[in-house]
Design a protein around this ligand. Structure first.
Ligand code: SF4
Length: 443
């Protein structure tokens, strides 16, 4: 019998000897392969892919975002030369299955936790179908628990800086540019707390980044679950964890206290824009009101939690002044780290449909869909102006002086005795964005 290989195409490679984030989804999919079939995870960020080990009859599954789909195709075609069958899943395959079907043998649309075992079974018993759909957004209870064999194989604590973890999935908001809700659905789903705790303990992880699309929204939607979760996490010997949220977490000071006790040390908050005229694109989670943003940053800090501010540029109401206005806000804010990206009309989003109708999409390769390149014609700027404005802002935000300033300010919030252990947390996020920006800009 052949084997199953799950491939993560190269993105950032190693940083200071380790890969930034672990291949969490592939670990869960590998855990669903029956123990009688050998399964391996090949992360191209960790090492070059050993194609010579493929044999005819092997099944190769590749996960890919839109910007790495061309690399996924190269990997798939090379693996097929060795006789392997190619399955592609992930964000791009879900948003644009017909694009992937041009070269893949099998396309998985949606989450794959329910279809992947069927694909494996069909492949080894005579042939899989060209398409599988797992987009019913069913309960997360008991879904894809990690096996000890996969945990041992991946060596997360040795090879990766930040293990990923999923606790909730989905988001009921409807931001016009969002791909997460097209993949994970608009229903908020929750993993049973005991499964989450058991997984953390078995992986022996002390820090993690939550992949949850909008974990913070559960403060309003599922407060009882959040209280129970925080109380359970507080008992673990964690050094810290981070999650994505929206500004309304600032309205729940008692939950922020529990979050801190549960070792949560940073929220990534999607402010998206400081331009109130962009409100209609922000799905109700932000309104472009700077006073509100300042207030939530202060509230989180008052409760011992850092804030990474996320901003997007290129909305129809944006002009060159939006860059200056944003820089003024960032400079004067107390944000711990900052992410600035270019609006990107991913397949399957209302944003793209509108731009397509108006003939404003640029003919560029998928690799440009990395949120740092301009892929459409803006409304109140030229393409060149959007590029230059974005570049200008990145140079300001990620200048060594500003990174050091923000990092030292973050560090100073920790008690003196803990500061040496908080160096990575205080500087790491900005340095990661700085590196990604430079990497993308160079390409
Ligand atoms: S709040 Fe975040 S996850 Fe939810 S729809 Fe908007 S961008 Fe997507």
């Amino acid at each position: 019998m052949g084997k199953v290989v799950l491939v993560y195409p190269k993105r950032d490679g190693r940083v200071l000897g380790r890969v930034p984030g672990s291949p969490y989804t592939l670990m869960r999919l590998a855990s669903l392969v029956p123990p009688t079939i050998p399964v391996e995870i090949w992360d191209e960020n960790w090492a070059d892919l050993p194609y010579h080990r493929l044999r005819p009859g092997d099944l190769v599954g590749i996960t890919s975002m839109t910007n790495s789909i061309d690399r996924a195709r190269q990997i798939g075609l090379r693996a097929r030369e060795h006789g392997a069958t190619i399955v592609v899943g992930g964000v791009h395959a879900t948003l644009c299955p017909e694009d992937v079907a041009q070269w893949a043998d099998v396309v998985n649309v949606g989450e794959a936790y329910r279809t992947w075992p069927q694909i494996v079974q069909d492949h080894f018993s005579g042939g899989a179908r060209p398409f599988y759909h797992d987009d019913a957004w069913n309960s997360l209870e008991g879904v894809a628990p990690l096996t000890d064999h996969v945990i041992a194989q991946v060596q997360e604590n040795h090879r990766y800086w930040t293990p990923y973890l999923e606790i909730t999935r989905g988001c009921p908001r409807n931001c016009s540019f969002c791909t997460a809700i097209r993949v994970s659905g608009q229903k908020m789903r929750l993993r049973p707390i005991e499964e989450v705790i058991e997984e953390i303990q078995r992986r022996q992880i002390r820090r993690f980044f939550l992949t949850d699309d909008n974990f913070g929204l559960n403060f309003r939607l599922n407060p009882d679950y959040i209280v129970a979760l925080f109380r359970a996490l507080a008992k673990l010997p964690l050094t810290g964890w981070t999650a994505q949220a929206e500004q309304m977490v600032g309205k729940y000071p008692e939950l922020l206290d529990l979050a801190r006790e549960a070792h949560l040390d940073k929220f990534f908050i999607g402010f998206e824009s400081v331009n109130p005229r962009n409100k209609r694109n922000l799905g109700g989670k932000a309104r472009g009101l700077q006073d509100e943003y300042r207030q939530v940053i202060k509230t989180c800090h008052d409760h011992g939690i850092g804030v990474v501010g996320l901003f997007v540029f290129g909305f129809d109401e944006d002009t060159l002044e939006t860059f200056e206005e944003t820089w003024k806000f960032i400079r004067e804010s107390e944000l711990d780290s900052v992410s600035v990206t270019v609006l990107t009309p991913f397949p399957g989003t209302p944003q793209r449909a509108e731009l397509e109708r108006e003939g404003r999409l640029l003919d560029v390769p998928w690799s440009y869909y990395d949120t740092a390149h301009v892929t459409f014609i803006p409304k109140q700027m030229t393409v060149e102006e959007l590029k230059q404005g974005y570049d200008w802002l990145c140079r300001k935000v990620y200048s060594p002086h500003r990174i050091i300033q923000r990092g030292l300010r973050t560090l100073s919030r920790y008690p003196l005795a803990r500061r040496s252990r908080k160096l990575m947390v205080s500087f790491g996020t900005d340095l990661g964005y700085w590196r990604t920006y430079r990497y993308r800009y160079a390409s």
